[in-house]
Ligand binder design. Structure first.
Ligand code: PLP
Length: 384
């Protein structure tokens, strides 16, 4: 049917609003022009409320991982120690980046699908007060867990003098994350999730405490040297050629966020999570995460042998034009993940649930058509 009507419900990249696409189509301008300088300075300021910070937010050209790497390489040096909280693929990515730079890593691992809690973190850090930084993932996209970052920040600062560095790639802009209030020292994210843009921009903000450390570090990466970005932003520019079209789009995204308002955006995502979870429970498919830690941006399901997750995804894609994500690493082929973030609303959730019900029937699973849709509708009606 309509190839461009594909329904993209993966946890990033996410759909792009038409007005953002239009903004990105503007004719190119010089990145050293006064016009771009004004746009950059203004847009960087508009990111501050999303980060919950008074600090400057740096915009770099790169995918989310570049901001993770920037957080590592500017704070901890080879031979120094760091703790990394690993609850899935992206916590592990932080650990791998640290190891690549010769940092001694203390991994705190929890089973995939579970959250890192203050009760687990406290004794772990008590035994390792010497770590220079603690790295954590807000939403662990591979499992759909939202780690309790505010409480973890408290533990980090009680137990150590370490910097607390947080990957909010699949949460910021959809879930509250108050960098200054919670005591996050470095907060990083990317453009292709709740920011409703293509991949290609990454964002980072650092606390005053973090800057004291950054100033002492000579990073081993040239492109990711944060001090260069600070110097440039003070002159309303970037050290290297920025993705100008994406910055046009970002300014439009900021307008959309300001128009809807962050509190409304956060409650829309909670509603979409609750609708998804209610539907999945009604369909009797096991959820990977407990309700308490279920992310408002992505929900993971584990059919546990009831049906083949990959077969379901294939039927969704080929018969209904609906794209959902599979599992990563050892969960590949076993689980599937539904993205509900960014340019996504409650009726989109009902659409994807309805398609899942039909696809389940088509692959021969015993399912009552409409059961999940009804559960999601009830959550929605009770909300509005
Ligand atoms: C939590 C998290 N961190 C980091 C990344 C890496 O981002 P990128 O693929 O844009 O480099 C992702 C991407 O899915 C993510 O979900």
């Amino acid at each position: 049917m309509f190839a461009d009507k594909s329904i993209l419900r993966i946890p990033g990249p996410t759909p792009i609003p038409p007005r953002v696409m239009q903004a990105m189509n503007r004719p190119m301008i010089g990145h050293r022009s006064g016009q771009f300088s004004a746009l950059l300075a203004e847009t960087a300021k508009r990111l501050k409320p999303i980060f919950g910070t008074e600090q400057d937010v740096y915009i770099l050209t790169g995918s989310g991982t570049s901001s993770l790497e920037m957080g590592v390489v500017n704070t901890v040096q080879p031979g120094e120690e760091a703790a990394v909280l690993v609850s899935g693929v992206f916590g592990e990515r932080f650990a791998k980046i640290c190891e690549r730079y010769g940092i001694i890593v203390h991994r705190l691992e929890v089973p995939w699908g579970e959250a890192v809690t203050p009760e687990i973190l406290t004794p772990f850090l008590k035994e390792r007060p010497q770590v220079k930084a603690v790295f954590a993932t807000h939403c662990e996209t591979s499992t759909g867990v939202l780690n309790p970052i505010e409480q973890l920040a408290r533990v980090v600062h009680e137990q150590t003098d370490a910097l607390f560095i947080v990957d909010a790639v699949s949460s910021l802009g959809a879930v509250p994350c108050e960098m200054d209030k919670w005591g996050i020292d470095i907060l990083v994210t990317g453009s292709q999730k709740a920011f409703m843009l293509p991949a290609g921009l990454a964002f980072l903000a650092a606390s005053e405490r973090a800057w004291k450390v950054i100033e002492q570090v000579k990073p081993l990466a040239f492109y990711l040297d944060l001090k260069a970005y600070r110097k440039s932003l003070a002159d309303q520019t970037t050290p290297y050629t920025p993705a100008v079209s994406l910055v046009f789009g970002l300014a439009e995204v900021c307008s959309m966020i300001e128009e809807e308002g962050l509190p409304n955006i956060f409650s829309r995502h909670v509603l979409m999570r609750d609708m998804t979870r209610a539907a999945i429970k009604a369909l009797d498919i096991p959820l990977m995460t407990k309700d308490q830690y279920g992310s408002p941006t992505v929900t993971s399901l584990n059919p546990e042998g009831r049906f083949d997750a990959e077969e379901l995804r294939k039927v969704l894609r080929t018969k209904h034009n609906v794209v959902i994500a599979g599992g990563q690493q050892h969960l590949k082929g076993k689980i599937f993940r539904i993205g509900h973030m960014g340019y996504c609303d409650p009726l989109d959730v009902i659409t994807v649930v309805s398609a899942i019900e039909m696809a389940l029937k088509q692959i021969g699973t015993d399912v009552t058509l409409g059961a999940g849709v009804k559960a999601a509708q009830e959550v929605l009606i009770n909300h509005v």
